[in-house]
Design a protein around this ligand. Structure first.
Ligand code: ADP
Length: 271
């Protein structure tokens, strides 16, 4: 919606050719709006845990003669502080991804190894769920150009979500495979699933289907937004299949590495 403002300038380009420059001001304005929304969202998201910490500190001060209560409140302060620390770290990561400065160095990366590393890191929060990584095919077929740590982060975010939004004793599967010119990673769970309507919004910053549940599982609402930006920076795509009550499968697709030519990633679009 809104008016589209296009400034078209025709510049001489030698030999009677003209170069047409299109300056999309609507895009510039949208970027500014998104930036402003982000600041508003961030301050809102920070207020909640900071307010919670202030209340807990007061509660501790008022419970000086009840050691049990003091240690209970202190435990909750620790949990809130950890969540706040993660939130700040993710906000910084997301801003840097949006600015495109985390993707300067693209090298050959083995996506199978990233998936195994991501699963190892996520296992600590798996509880009684079975988490299985299955790289299919030869490792050299699972190579892309990218940043090893960022690809691992993207897969780990999907695996920790699969764990957070499914019950104990279910299975989370991570499959890595080569399909034509693409390297695919899919992360499947047998969890609550996501309605078609919500599937369209979950990649937005701070969007949660169930804010209370996200908070209980220590979510920040930024995980999928970070995934989206990492994948865009690698020239790839992310898609979701889900059926409510059945489970979800998130699939990442990257262009496979060809030869040893270095490819340079395009910075993620600001949105
Ligand atoms: P959060 O920190 O809340 O998990 P994300 O950006 O990672 O934030 O995910 C956004 C929302 O998408 C979550 O709050 C949740 O409602 C939904 N979601 C993400 N992954 C899954 C999944 N595997 N199963 C069901 N819902 C999911």
């Amino acid at each position: 919606s809104g008016r589209v403002l296009l400034a078209v300038r025709v510049a001489p380009f030698g030999d009677g050719l003209a170069l047409i420059l299109v300056d999309d001001r609507t895009q510039a304005r949208r970027v500014e709006e998104v930036r402003r929304d982000f600041v508003v969202n961030v301050s809102h998201e920070l207020k909640t845990p900071v307010g919670g910490l202030a209340l807990l500190a007061e509660a501790i001060a008022g419970a000086a003669d009840d050691p049990d209560a003091v240690s209970r409140f202190a435990g909750r302060m620790k949990v809130e502080t950890e969540r706040l620390t993660r939130l700040v770290a993710e906000i910084v990561d997301l801003s840097r991804l949006q600015a495109g400065d985390l993707l300067a160095d693209m090298v050959v990366v083995d996506v199978g190894a990233c998936a195994e590393e991501a699963v190892d890191q996520a296992r600590v929060v798996a509880g009684a769920r079975t988490v299985v990584a299955a790289p299919a095919g030869r490792p050299e077929n699972l190579r892309i150009y990218g940043d090893h740590d960022l690809v691992t982060t993207a897969i780990r975010n999907l695996v920790t979500n699969a764990i957070a939004y499914s019950d104990d004793k279910t299975r989370v599967g991570v499959v890595t495979r080569r399909v034509d010119d693409l390297v695919e990673v899919s992360v499947s769970d047998q969890g609550r699933g996501i309605s078609a309507q919500d599937q369209e919004r979950i990649f937005e910053r701070f969007y949660r289907v169930d804010p209370a549940r996200s908070r209980r599982t220590g979510g920040t609402g930024l995980g999928l937004s970070i995934v989206k930006h990492i994948i865009a920076g690698h020239g790839g795509s992310v898609s979701v299949w889900s059926e409510e009550g059945q489970g979800s499968t998130f699939t990442l697709r990257f262009p496979a590495a060809v030869g040893e030519t270095r490819a340079v990633g395009t910075p993620a679009p600001y949105q």
